[in-house]
Design a protein around this ligand. Sequence first.
Ligand SMILES: [Fe+2]
Ligand SMILES: [Fe+2]
Length: 301
Amino acid sequence: MPVQRNAGSVGGQFGAVIVNILFCGDVMGRPGRDAVKRYIPELRRDFALDLVVVNAENAAGGNGLTERLCGEFYDCGVDVLTTGNHVWDQRELINYIARDPRVLRPANFPSGTPGAGWRLHPFDDGRTALVINLMGRLFMDALDDPFARLDAILADHPLGCGPTAILVDMHAEASSEKMAMGHFADGRVSAVFGSHSHIPTADAQIFPGGTAYQTDAGMCGDYDSVIGLQKAPAVRRFVTKMPGERPQVAEGEGTLCGILLETDDASGRACRVEPMRIGGRLTPHRPRPWPTANSAGAGSA
Ligand SMILES: [Fe+2]
Ligand SMILES: [Fe+2]
């Protein structure tokens, strides 16, 4: 349940009620799953997280997601699972997704695609957070227009009148398309966070309209790799231009890579956004759990 606390510049007479959200980028195989299982329970407690969203499109050996792995994510404190172009790599998900509304596939897949592209996640107090999964079209499969799809979803669920917070996972190859989506949605959603590139970007910020943005959350997985795959075969393929062996997930210690978001529950706008990197090889960055009056609204990266 969102908790009331003094949040400095965003506070009203009695201080704002802050909604705490964590979004983690693409979970790559076992090292990514292990990082999520190891760190999410303590982050959930330390940051009083109201909502944890994880992109799980590569959770099953780098290719897709299974029912069993969905259960493992929920057991460790994940609320909603987003996906992307790898969503159907494990065929069992085609049937399972219709039975589990907590797993999303991109909302701009053609009409008639199994599953849902957005989820109203209920808080204990009856309010909701809206999670929307979109996919880009530059250098990716041709899909329906993600911008028009977002407009249609928001027409039914305007920020501040319906959902307490709205989080968009923009799963896309091109940084330009992700950033365009961020500005397109500015002021109408709490955050647009990118996924798919498996590399965290250093551009966390709050746009003028109050929408938090980061081009890519980064991968949860082993960074001694080529975007989560064993490096030697991946490098060899670039050098020789020969197909070689089937790519395998790199099995070293994984880094949990995500973004911490804090929103004002009255307006739904972001008041803090900061990257989260724990474990493995990447330089760690762990935000302080409670911002001071001076840091609230700073949107540091
Ligand atoms: Fe991915
Ligand atoms: Fe992807």
